[in-house]
Structure formats: structure tokens, C-alpha cells
Design a protein around this ligand. Structure first.
Ligand code: SF4
Ligand code: SF4
Length: 344
């Protein structure tokens, strides 16, 4: 029996889970947000394979459609995630993981290919900009991993973290990704959290708008689909039918941290509730009723903007970091206009 239906259609379906399963990584990138999960004064021990499998199989009953596992470097420190993702794939869930690509080998690539496990591989521009963030020798190792994925028939996309140092090489990133055989490409702005805050590599508004414009142009030039992650207003800035931009405020999903606590957003340290030791249905219901989750998913109209209804105030993590509010994304060029209008 469909459990959602058994509840009388009262509960929202849980359609997506993003689970950061480890803070451990072979690298210590200048822009990393995940290393903070290794601080045991704030975060508990990382959850086990059995616990993850148990939670995810319950999520299937609650309507899970897609999941993405991230880190840290999963293929080095949690290679068992492949078995969990393979099991979920048997239930028809779209499954993916994020990797730096450096630990892809024949065996892992063949397993991923056989079990429809999609890979998001980090590729931060060109060799110089990638290694500026990640360290010497990382580019060639990642390219080797990508070629191995392709050789074994694994579908993959590349994801570029865009900061001050690399926003001018977005076109090169798209071209390289197309040549390597990526099914699509994605960009995400580097934000002032974790290592990125410490190393001052996050990007400013005008720089990111320039990067977005170059991205949309390159999608057309190389005829490839692209996603703008964590910028729900991207489609109001640049027009391209090849550009996609989601909005986390509308998601029917949860982010979970390595210790099993759900998070308001995985770059913020707001823990919502604990997923282990009781039915996931209860956890999901409680999560949706949490005041912070309600606050970000049904924001009040905070200011006048023609796109507010859809965009809902942009990225609340950046708004919090910038001016301690849940609305008003400092990267959004329309928000700049709003502030100017207020001041005049
Ligand atoms: S709050 Fe911001 S950083 Fe977090 S998922 Fe949403 S858009 Fe991304
Ligand atoms: S000004 Fe605010 S609501 Fe309008 S598009 Fe930008 S972030 Fe979204």
C-alpha cells in the first residue's frame, strides 16, 4: 500500500534527499564548506551504511524520486554509498553522487554504469583555476577520472564552483566539459561560508552576473544544457532555453548532514531534527512543521520585486550571511535595484 495515501493525502511527499555523508576528503579546497562537519564539538559521528540504507528505503515509501549523496570525497571515504544508490536505483529513484573524480577506477565506474549512478564531477574552470582552489596535480587526476567514467558508460555532469579567481573562465569550463562528454554542466557561486570565508574566495554580485552571462552564451555556443545552482533568479538575468535554475524554497525535500541531523541548508549550521531511531514519516512531518522550514518555504513579502512570487527572496543562506535576514539575496542584481529604490 502507498503509505502517503494511507495517511489520507495529508502529508507532503518527500521527493528528494541531499545527504552530505562525510566531511572527510583527500583535499582541503580553499572554498570547501564540508570540512566543518569534522568539528566534533559541533557535529556527531558520521552515520553508518546500515543507517543510511534504512532511512533511504523508508524514503522510497514516502515518495522519493531523486537523491544526491555528497561529501567530502565519498569514493575514497564512503565507497559503500554505491551499494545504497544501486539499491535505490532498483526502486526507480534517480541517483547521483558528487565527487572530485580522483578515485574513479575501472571497478567503481563499471558498477556505477551498471546501476545507473549519475556522477557530478567538480571541475572548477581550467587547470590553473581548478588547482588554485584544489592544489597541484588535482586537474590531471580529475580528468583521468572523467575519462574513465566516460569509457565505462557512466553518465556525468561537471560542476564549477565560481569565485573571484575563475569567473572569467566559465566559457572554457563549458567547452572543456562538452569535449569530455558531459551530459550537462552546472555552476554554483562560491559563498562566504567555511573555508571560502576563511580564504576570501567567494564571489561578488557583478562578477557572478558576468559569469552567468558567459555561461548562458556558452550553453548556446556548445549546444549543451546547463544548471545554475543556488541562484533561483538566474533565468530573470539571462535568457536561454538551455538554462535551468531551481529554487530550494520550493523543494519537497531535506538536506541531511553526516551525523544524521537534517539541516535548513547544508551551508548553514541550523540543525532541524534527527533522522535515526524513529520512523522517517515522523521525521518528515516534524521537519515540515519546524518554524524555520516554514519560514523559508512560505516567506512574507519582504520588498517589491516583479519576480518575488516565484523567487521568494532568493538564497536565504546568503541573505542571512550578508544582512541577517531570510530574504534579499546579495548576489541578485534585482535586489541591488530594490535597495537603490528604497534609498531614493
Ligand atoms: S539556501 Fe541558498 S545555498 Fe542553501 S540550497 Fe538554497 S539557494 Fe542553495
Ligand atoms: S530581488 Fe529578491 S525576489 Fe527579486 S529576483 Fe532578486 S532575490 Fe529574487
Amino acid at each position: 500500500m502507498n503509505h502517503i495515501w494511507a495517511l489520507g493525502n495529508v502529508m507532503k511527499r518527500l521527493t528528494s534527499i541531499i545527504w552530505i555523508l562525510t566531511g572527510k576528503c583527500n583535499l582541503d579546497c580553499k572554498h570547501c564548506y564540508a570540512k566543518r562537519f569534522l568539528d566534533r564539538s559541533k557535529w556527531g559521528e558520521e552515520v553508518s551504511k546500515e543507517d543510511v540504507m534504512n532511512v533511504m528505503l523508508q524514503a522510497v515509501d514516502l515518495g522519493l524520486e531523486w537523491t544526491n549523496f555528497s561529501g567530502g570525497e565519498l569514493l575514497l571515504f564512503k565507497p559503500w554509498v554505491l551499494e545504497v544508490l544501486a539499491k535505490l536505483n532498483e526502486y526507480g529513484v534517480d541517483v547521483s553522487l558528487v565527487t572530485n573524480g580522483m578515485f574513479v577506477n575501472d571497478e567503481k565506474a563499471e558498477y556505477m554504469s551498471k546501476n545507473n549512478i549519475f556522477a557530478y564531477v567538480s571541475l572548477d574552470g581550467n587547470k590553473a583555476t581548478h588547482e588554485y582552489l584544489r592544489g597541484a596535480g588535482t586537474w590531471d587526476a580529475t580528468i583521468r577520472g572523467i575519462k574513465k567514467l566516460r569509457e565505462k558508460g557512466v553518465n556525468f555532469a561537471t560542476i564549477m564552483a565560481v569565485g573571484k579567481h575563475n569567473y572569467k573562465v566559465v566559457e572554457e569550463f563549458v567547452r572543456t566539459s562538452k569535449e569530455l562528454g558531459a551530459s550537462h554542466v552546472a555552476i554554483i557561486p562560491i559563498m562566504p561560508f567555511g573555508n571560502a570565508l576563511k580564504n576570501k574566495v567567494w564571489i561578488e554580485r557583478d562578477e557572478y552576473v558576468e559569469a552567468l552571462r558567459a555561461f548562458a552564451k556558452a550553453l548556446e555556443t556548445y549546444d549543451i544544457h546547463g544548471s545554475a545552482w543556488c541562484t533561483p533568479w538566474a533565468k530573470y538575468v539571462v535568457k536561454s532555453k538551455l538554462l535551468h535554475a531551481g529554487n530550494c524554497r520550493k523543494s519537497n525535500g531535506m538536506d541531511i548532514g553526516p551525523d544524521g541531523w537534517t539541516l535548513l541548508c547544508d551551508v548553514l549550521d541550523f540543525k532541524i531534527n534527527y533522522v535515526l531511531g524513529r520512523p522517517l514519516r515522523e521525521v518528515w512531518e516534524e521537519y515540515n512543521n519546524h518554524p524555520l522550514v516554514k519560514r523559508v518555504s512560505k516567506p512574507p513579502k519582504a520588498y517589491e520585486c516583479p519576480f518575488y512570487e516565484n523567487c521568494m527572496g532568493g538564497c536565504f543562506a546568503r541573505a542571512l550571511a550578508h544582512h541577517n535576514s531570510f530574504e534579499g539575496d546579495p548576489l541578485c542584481p534585482f535586489y541591488k535595484d530594490v535597495r537603490r529604490a528604497r534609498a531614493s
